[in-house]
Design a protein around this ligand. Structure first.
Ligand SMILES: C[S@@+](CC[C@H](N)C(=O)[O-])C[C@H]1O[C@@H](n2cnc3c(N)ncnc32)[C@H](O)[C@@H]1O
Length: 218
C-alpha cells in the first residue's frame, strides 16, 4: 500500500459534453446563489455534512430534503454533474437553504475543516482507479482516513460505497488497519441511504456494491 496519496491533482474529467446554453445560464446565475463557502447556509442548521463527488447530485439533494436541520456541502468537479444538480434545484421555488455546492477538489476542503466540525461524510462510488499504479489516487487511503477522523466529531458517520472489486478489497484492507472508526460492512444498501445514479448503473451491469458505515470513536 503506498504510504503517501497522490498530490491534490485532479486525474478524472472535469469537462464532458459541451454545455448547452441553459447549463451555461445555470452556472452563471444559480451557482453563485448556492456556492460554498461564498454563500452560508440559509437557515439554522445544527450540523454539517459533506458529500465528496456527488455525480448527478440526486443523493445530496435527497439528503437535503429529508434532513432540513443538516447543512449539506456537496462537492463535485465535473461540470456536467454540477449542472445536473443545479437543474434539479430549479424544480423548486427556492434552492434548499441547507444545500451548498463546492465545485473544486474536495480534498483541500476537507483538510481545511476544523477538528470535529463534521457530523457526516459521504463517499458514494468514488472513481475506482483499479490499476495498481494508480492506487495512490484512490480517495480511501490511510492519510485521508486520518484526515476524516480528525474532521468528524465523535459518533460522526462516514458512508462509503463501491462496486469495484479492486476498490472493495483495497477499502477492506485500509479499514482493517485503522482504529479510529467502528466499521459495518453490508452487501445491500442500508435503510435511509438514498440511491445514486452510478449505483443503479453498476447493479444493472451485474456488479455487486459494497456499503461501509464507519462510526467515529469518541
Ligand atoms: C464514479 S463517480 C460517482 C458519482 C456519484 N457519487 C454516484 O454515485 O452516482 C465519482 C465522482 O467523483 C468526482 N470526483 C473525483 N475526484 C473528486 C474530488 N477530488 N473532489 C470532488 N469530486 C471528485 C468525479 O468527478 C465523479 O463525478
Amino acid at each position: 500500500m503506498p504510504t503517501k496519496p497522490a498530490p491534490d491533482r485532479l486525474y478524472g474529467r472535469t469537462k464532458g459534453k459541451k454545455l448547452r446554453p441553459r447549463q451555461e445560464l445555470l452556472l452563471a446565475t444559480l451557482l453563485p446563489r448556492v456556492a460554498w463557502p461564498e454563500v452560508p447556509f440559509g437557515g439554522a442548521v445544527r450540523e454539517t455534512w459533506l458529500e465528496i463527488g456527488f455525480g448527478g447530485g440526486e443523493h445530496a439533494h435527497a439528503l437535503a430534503l429529508a434532513n432540513p436541520d443538516a447543512g449539506i456541502i456537496a462537492a463535485e468537479v465535473f461540470e456536467n454533474g454540477i449542472c445536473s444538480l443545479l437543474s434539479r434545484l430549479t424544480a423548486e421555488e427556492l434552492p434548499p437553504a441547507n444545500l451548498r455546492l463546492f465545485t473544486n477538489d474536495a480534498r483541500p476542503l476537507l483538510r481545511g475543516m476544523v477538528d470535529g466540525s463534521l457530523s457526516r461524510l459521504f463517499l458514494m462510488f468514488p472513481d475506482p482507479w483499479p490499476k495498481a499504479r494508480h492506487a495512490k489516487r484512490r480517495f480511501v487511503h490511510p492519510e485521508m482516513l486520518r484526515e476524516a477522523a480528525r474532521v468528524l466529531r465523535p459518533g460522526g458517520e462516514w458512508r462509503i460505497a463501491s462496486d469495484d472489486p479492486t476498490y472493495q478489497a483495497w477499502t477492506d484492507a485500509v479499514l482493517a488497519a485503522q482504529d479510529d472508526f467502528i466499521v459495518e460492512r453490508s452487501l445491500s444498501r442500508p435503510a435511509g441511504w438514498p440511491p445514486t445514479r452510478y449505483e443503479a448503473k453498476a447493479i444493472l451491469a451485474g456488479r455487486q456494491p459494497v456499503y461501509w458505515r464507519l462510526e467515529r470513536l469518541g
